[in-house]
Write a protein that binds this ligand. Sequence first.
Ligand SMILES: [Zn+2]
Length: 252
Amino acid sequence: MRVSGHKLEWEGGSLIRLPEPGATFGPDFFPDARGHEIPAAIKLAVQPFVLLRPGRAPLLIDTGYGTSRGAEFSHVLANLAAAGVGEEDVGQVFLTHLHGDHCAGLTKGAFPNAQIFLTGVEQQFWTGKDHPGGHLVAAEAHRLTLVSEGDIIAPGVRVVLLPGHTPGHAGLIIDDQILMIADVVHVAPLQIEDPDLVPKFDFDPGLAAQTRRKTLDWIGAKGLVFCGAHFTGTSPYFRLKPAGTGWQMVDA
Ligand SMILES: [Zn+2]
């Protein structure tokens, strides 16, 4: 497995980060600091990924803001183009959950040839709500494929339900080696050191913390490479090594 900047390459294909402009939050990002010194400014990246496989149409994982916050927040199409992928080439879009920074780029007519995947739990949660998620499930109903834990959406690509941040929040595991955890962890290394640190955006704090702990233990025990939607840094790909009673993040 080889990492070069935004790109992770292995025998089965490559995964490329598509960075959008990030967002900055204050220390109230964690309503309960649990005794930690929380930085005054917490900077989060926003980053969809694209999976490229020989002989298969590209799979886009999340879409970013699109133009919902203004054109300057929308770099996904340009980043895809730089990777040699046109909007109409995308064959699948997997939405980890329906917060705007993950799904608002999926406007009417966007990625016209893509089948859209989303967990059924997430679809149900947002249905009827006046929110980007609610609007999306209504507008894109005709091309939504609802999935659940363990479903295979492409050869070697399996859905992993990671509930808590939102009820139907999910990631993907690729070739049993690479796990996209989306929003299980927002701020690293803080939440790797203390998985019970809960950001204000976690819908179900207790379940989110439990999922975070379980996911980190799984990554560490299996030696998986993982990436998330909001990690900052020159490379978004990491592994975990044992540290004390928990884990420490190291570059993949
Ligand atoms: Zn997010």
